[in-house]
Ligand binder design. Structure first.
Ligand SMILES: *Cc1c(COP(=O)(O)O)cnc(C)c1O
Length: 385
């Protein structure tokens, strides 16, 4: 199972980072459930000293995810937020960060409620408009933190142009690639310095683990992240690492079905008389459809649509049977949610209004069920609206 440098994406997902177990030949990397390692003699060991610092299952996942994103090294954390917290330790007091205004709610909470206590400052701008990003840059700006597509209104940022702008100002481009998954979008190929994921979503893909990953390109960043992962200790457990490794083996297959179902549902909803608008980058009506075709390979499983009122949204959400009413995304089961009262409830009302998160907006994370069953469920639920 030696990978050549030419190995294609699904081969990399399946095999990268994992050799047969040296002790037994087990094809699956075992769960090394151990806190410590016995040393052969004083000062001589096999490269493993303590479970927080090194764990073979976690390190296999880190190699696997780094290869999938096309970066030299990755570091796995106990959650997506722990991963973003580790990235934030690259900042020093006085530094400034420009952030997508429609960023994940937990990221906003960490930046706004925790990190502002440490003399760090953040500007939230529509990163789909790079002139707004450029205006927000100051001599203290160290990082441009971007999500694309954004949650839930699917606005895109041109990653190559954002990388060029950031580098021109000596700023790191950090991309939270959770929403797209590396199957659909690989920011490092477009110039990003750091990519992060909540592995909880598409990478694990089975709604049964919480985790995060940071993949870095620059040597000094890699050295710092390795140090901080051990120093702060918010590591991903061996068992969760094993689950995510199982997940990435089928990532390309799952994403194919997520994308096919996402597109089919977006088309179905666009044609429905009770739906006022559909947000999905794969629709020719999406204002950035050309950019989506250029920087994404497929359009993913996330979509949102406007029903016009809270009452209409409530009727639909209470009538669905196959769609599960739940937060989160990226699992094999189709989830449906109400951003204004669920995932984005902590976003101030005027910000919600500016971004387009209305009371009538509904979000779907398309799973991998037969899409005809999903359409039938939406059809009977829309009859209640
Ligand atoms: C879920 C999510 C996170 C946070 O990840 P956790 O694993 O829940 O801590 C960060 N960014 C995005 C885009 C997410 O969807």
């Amino acid at each position: 199972m030696k990978l050549t440098s030419r190995a294609r994406f699904s081969t990399v997902c399946l095999h990268a980072g994992q050799d047969p177990d040296p002790a037994t030949g087990a094809i699956v990397t075992p769960i090394y459930q151990t806190s410590t390692y016995v040393q052969q003699e004083l000062g001589r060991h096999k490269g493993y000293e303590y479970g927080r610092t090194q764990n073979p299952t976690r390190m296999a996942l880190e190699r696997n995810l780094a290869a999938i994103e096309g970066g030299p090294a990755g570091f796995a954390f106990a959650s997506g937020m722990a991963a973003i917290g580790a990235i934030a330790t690259m900042l020093r007091s006085g530094d400034h960060v420009v952030v997508s205004d429609n960023t994940y709610g937990g990221t906003f909470r960490l930046f706004d409620k925790v990190l502002t206590r440490y003399q760090l400052s953040f500007s939230y701008v529509d990163t789909s408009k790079l002139d707004e990003v450029e205006r927000a840059l100051t001599p203290a700006t160290r990082m441009l933190f971007v999500e694309t597509p954004t949650n839930p209104v699917m606005r895109l940022t041109d990653l190559r142009a954002a990388a060029d702008l950031a580098h021109h100002h000596n700023v790191r481009l950090v991309v939270d690639n959770t929403f797209a998954s590396p199957c659909i979008q690989r920011p490092i190929e477009l110039g990003a310095d750091i990519v992060t994921h909540s592995t909880t979503k598409y990478l694990n893909g089975h709604s049964d683990s919480i985790g995060g990953i940071v993949i870095a390109v620059r040597g000094d960043d890699i050295e710092w992240l390795r140090f901080v992962q051990n120093a702060e200790g918010a590591i991903l457990s061996a068992f969760d690492s094993w689950l995510v490794l199982r997940g990435t083996k089928t990532l390309p297959l799952r994403m194919q079905q997520h994308s096919a179902n996402g597109l089919a549902l977006a088309e179905y909803l666009s044609a429905h008389p009770k739906v006022k608008h559909v947000y999905y980058p794969g629709l020719p009506t999406h204002p950035q459809h050309e950019l989506a075709k250029r920087q994404m390979h497929g359009f993913g499983g996330m979509l949102a649509f406007e029903l016009g009122s809270l009452d209409a949204a409530r009727r639909l959400l209470n009538a669905v049977r196959l769609h599960a009413l739940a937060e989160s995304l990226g699992g094999v089961e189709t989830l449906i949610s109400h951003p204004a009262t669920m995932t984005h409830a902590s976003v101030p009302a005027e910000t919600r209004a500016r971004i387009g998160i209305t009371d009538g907006l509904v979000r779907i994370s398309a799973g991998i069920e037969d899409v005809e069953d999903l359409k039938e469920d939406l059809s009977q639920a829309l009859d209640q609206v």
